[in-house]
Design a protein around this ligand. Structure first.
Ligand code: IPM
Ligand code: MN
Length: 359
């Protein structure tokens, strides 16, 4: 029988444990799809370290054109121990984010009940916020250079690049997200994180743009934190945060901290979003080469990435089914760390899928 909703999805399992966790994510998506009358067509792409080592090719331009035909890309992990750092990260992951203009990197930081949190006296009611990381500019934009290379006077620069519209479109997304969360009962507070006391040009641009945009959203409370202080508050008072908006580099750093307070890389997922184009969803933990092929890596982060993908596609109920199942498994699983879960990778995927079928 034909399903009422059908989604073609591009899948990039990638390197290391990427393929293992993506398998479980697909298992869970299929289970949620069956329950909610949704079908998927998954098309695999083999970009990653192995292909690079064989062919010398990272991500050909033709692939971008192909991927643009999909509304969503489901990504496992990029990173290979035999490839020098930067080649695959820049050549594949960043190239995807930039060329698909995925200008938002959305990273929820939510502690599920039953998950071990390294913060003393903090629980699920304290840790439930979202980081909106700008995803195309900043030190990532690739502006800079090197002179006098190899001499004792070598000079290197890397430019923290932003223009006003890059900031505005990111802020607009963040304000709208804060408003949408408010409608679901969240505090309706948006915190800009930067470093205006030192980064006086770019920080000031972000700050002024933020204050101007806030006038269009009088229902949203606004706050500003320097990034170093934000690291402190994320540990000391994470309950103060609802939505954080920040630039690319700061967002990269604080979301690793965020991942730790929500239980670790085993559960942390993110979405690279182009609201008008192709978005890409990924577990944020990387390829974990030492666990590859052992069936011990935690697939929950990839499953959570799948949940975010469904929500992005407008399938809120199916996404909720996955969320409920993940929350349930979090109370069953011994630890979220690879090899310590008390279950294998595929067993965790089975448990989540089974819970969705039965609930
Ligand atoms: C991330 C990663 C990437 C980044 C690397 C692998 C390029 O750390 O997704 O957070 O810096 O954005
Ligand atoms: Mn990172």
């Amino acid at each position: 029988m034909a399903k009422s909703k059908h989604y073609p999805i591009a899948v990039l399992p990638g390197d290391g444990t990427g393929p293992e966790v993506v398998n479980e994510g697909i298992k869970v998506l299929e289970a949620a799809g069956n329950k909610h009358d949704i079908s998927f067509e998954f098309t695999d792409f083999d970009f990653g370290g192995d292909r690079y080592l064989k062919t010398g090719e990272t991500l050909p331009d033709s692939a971008i054109g192909q991927l643009k035909k999909f509304k969503a890309v489901y990504l496992g992990a990029i990173g290979h121990p035999d490839v020098p750092p930067g080649v695959l990260e820049v050549g594949i992951l960043l190239k995807l984010r930039f060329s698909l203009d995925q200008y938002i990197n959305l990273r929820p930081v939510k502690l599920y009940p039953g998950v071990d949190c390294p913060l003393k006296d903090k629980g699920p009611e304290d840790i439930d916020f979202v980081v909106v990381r700008e995803n195309t500019g900043d030190l990532y934009a690739g502006h800079g250079g090197v002179t006098r290379k190899g001499t004792p006077y070598e000079v290197a620069t890397q430019v923290m690049l932003y223009d006003r519209q890059m900031i505005d479109r990111c802020l607009e997304y963040a304000f709208n997200l804060t408003r949408a969360r408010k409608e679901e009962g969240k505090p309706g507070k948006l915190t800009l994180v930067h470093k205006t006391n030192v980064i006086v040009y770019v920080g000031d641009l972000w700050y002024r743009a933020f204050m101007e945009m806030s006038e269009k959203f009088p229902d949203i409370k606004t706050e500003y934190n320097h990034v170093d202080a934000a690291c402190m508050w994320m540990v000391k008072n994470p309950e103060w945060y609802d939505v954080i908006v920040t630039s690319n580099m700061f967002g990269d750093i604080i979301t690793d901290l965020g991942a730790m307070i929500q239980g670790g890389m085993g559960i942390a997922a993110g979405g690279n979003i182009n609201p008008y184009g192709t978005s890409m969803f990924e577990p944020i933990g990387g390829s974990a080469p030492k666990y590859t092929g052992k069936n011990v890596i935690n697939p929950l982060a990839a499953i959570e990435a799948g949940r975010m993908m469904l929500k992005h596609l407008g399938e809120s109920q199916a996404a909720k089914s996955i969320e409920n199942a993940v929350a349930h498994i979090c109370t069953k699983i011994k630890s979220l760390s690879a090899g310590k879960m008390g279950y294998s990778t595929s067993q965790v995927g089975d448990l989540v899928a089974e819970y969705i079928r039965k609930s």
